[in-house]
Design a protein around this ligand. Sequence first.
Ligand code: NI
Length: 256
Amino acid sequence: MIFDTHAHYDDEAFDKDRDYLLVSMAEQGVAYIVNIGASMTSSEKTIALTEKYPFIYGAIGVHPSETKELTKEDMQWLKIKASEPKVVAIGEIGLDYYWQEPDKSVQKMWFERQLHLASEVNLPVVIHSRDAAQDTMEILKKWQVEKTAGVIHCFSYTKEMAREYLNMDYYFGIGGVLTFKNAKKLAEAVEYIPMNRILLETDCPYLAPEPYRGKRNQSVYIDFVAQRLSEIKGISKEEVLEQTMKNGKVFYNIND
Ligand code: NI
């Protein structure tokens, strides 16, 4: 069975067939999905999805690119909603220097505030870090003193960086990119990362694996990522799915 630890089913790419798709998940081998908030609106939509579907859990938080107009009141709202029974993490939060918007200083400030929020409500964090390896590491090192669990979503840095994160006790979100032909550096890092630190994710509707690269992604396609991971690790696909299922439940503290 599949655990998709990072999905965006609130995205408009699913407006036409969301319910049809989600209702069919169980029979296609998907046991759990964590829908990830990326803005205040999508955090609200995430909570609604968790209320509608028993197998969907949620993370609430604001993506770095969406931090420009955040307010203290928004943080207060997140803090209150963090106690909803199926809210299992704060995220996705972090730094994105690929899109230079908003300003780095603004992104950093809201990243730090949301990390602190996660400590206050004692939930794990889902971290988005793109072209911002150094600043992310610097902020996370400061956070170590009050750290909860954390996953580096869509891990795309080097093996050396993976080592640093492992030493700080992080998990790694691995998705469709692993199946791309040009993903040598990632394959090398993944070979190094122990199986009990890997979470499988889609980031759907984005980052569909081969052979669907460029198309709309969805949780069932995680099968192709599991296949590739099993080749890299030299174990069966079933073992990959079993171990990553266990990891997902431990990380998000899901006990059913
Ligand atoms: Ni995402």
